[in-house]
Design a protein around this ligand. Structure first.
Ligand SMILES: Nc1ncnc2c1ncn2[C@@H]1O[C@H](COP(=O)(O)OP(=O)(O)OP(=O)(O)O)[C@@H](O)[C@H]1O
Length: 230
C-alpha cells in the first residue's frame, strides 16, 4: 500500500542545514496501521507530508498503491490523492462558506459517490455530528471542526489514511471513538493507516509502532509488563 525507500530530506535555512530525514525505509501493507512516534521536531510531519506526496524528498522513492509518486504527473498525483488518500492534519482546512454536511460530503462528491450510505451515517453518529450538519463551519468550536475534518477525510473510504495528531482537541472518550473509526476502516475496508501521535494510549491501538530519531526509523519495543516488586 505504502512503501518508503531511502528517504532523505534536508532543510536549508540561510547558512545552516538541518538534515531531518537521513534514510527512512517503511513498509505499510493493506489492512495495517502504524503509529509514528518521536520527539517534537524529529521530522514526523515532514515524513507524513512526503509519504502523502505533498512534499518531495531530496532522495529516495515513495510508492503508493504500486505507483512511484516521483514519476506521476501533477494531474495523476492529484487524482490519486482525491480518490485513494485521506488526510487528517493539524490544520483542519475546512471549506469556509459551506456547512458541515457540504464539507463532510465534499470529497465524496468529487469522487461521484452518493451522499448517503451506511458508512456516512456511521461517521455522523460516531463523531456526533448529527446536530451540527447545517451549521456553517466558521461558527464551530475547535473540537467540532476537528470532528468534521476527520469525517471528511474518511467519508470516501480512502485506501490509505495519513493522520497527524488527529485527536489533539478532543477529550479522551471522543479520541478513542475517532481511533476506533480509523481502525475499523483499516480492518473492514483493508485500508492502511499512518498515524502520528504523542498519545501513548492511542498509539497502542495500532498494529505496530515506530519511532523517528536521528533521521531514521527505529522499531519501538513493545511495552513490557511492570516488574513485580519484591
Ligand atoms: N519548510 C521548512 N523549512 C525549514 N525547516 C523546516 C521546515 N519544515 C520543518 N522544518 C524543521 O524540520 C524539523 C522537523 O519538523 P517536523 O514538523 O517534521 O517535526 P515533528 O516531529 O512533526 O514535530 P512536532 O511533533 O513538534 O509536530 C524541525 O526542526 C522544523 O523546524
Amino acid at each position: 500500500m505504502l512503501q518508503l525507500r531511502g528517504i532523505h530530506k534536508t532543510y536549508h535555512d540561510g547558512e545552516s542545514e538541518l538534515e531531518v530525514l537521513a534514510g527512512v525505509d517503511l513498509e505499510l501493507p493493506a489492512g495495517r496501521s502504524i503509529a509514528l512516534l518521536g520527539a517534537s521536531g524529529s521530522g514526523k510531519s515532514t515524513l507524513l507530508q512526503i509519504a502523502a506526496g505533498l512534499e518531495r524528498p531530496d532522495r529516495g522513492t515513495v510508492t503508493v498503491l504500486g505507483q512511484v509518486l516521483g514519476r506521476l504527473s501533477e494531474r495523476d498525483l492529484a487524482r490519486l490523492r482525491r480518490r485513494d488518500l485521506g488526510f487528517v492534519f493539524q490544520s483542519f482546512n475546512l471549506l469556509p462558506g459551506l456547512d458541515v454536511a457540504d464539507n463532510l460530503l465534499f470529497q465524496r462528491r468529487l469522487n461521484r459517490l452518493p451522499d448517503q450510505d451506511d458508512w456516512v451515517r456511521e461517521l455522523i453518529d460516531g463523531l456526533q455530528l448529527a446536530t451540527l450538519l447545517h451549521r456553517p463551519v466558521e461558527v464551530l468550536s475547535g473540537g467540532q471542526q476537528q470532528r468534521v475534518a476527520i469525517a471528511r477525510a474518511l467519508a470516501h473510504r480512502p485506501r490509505l489514511v495519513f493522520a497527524d495528531e488527529p485527536t489533539g482537541n478532543l477529550h479522551d472518550t471522543l479520541s478513542r471513538q475517532v481511533m476506533k473509526m480509523l481502525i475499523r476502516l483499516v480492518d473492514e475496508a483493508g485500508s492502511a493507516l499512518l498515524l502520528v501521535t504523542h498519545n501513548r494510549a492511542l498509539a497502542q491501538m495500532t498494529h505496530a509502532r515506530v519511532r523517528l530519531a536521528g533521521g531514521r526509523l527505529h522499531a519501538e519495543p513493545e511495552s513490557t509488563p511492570e516488574p513485580v516488586s519484591a
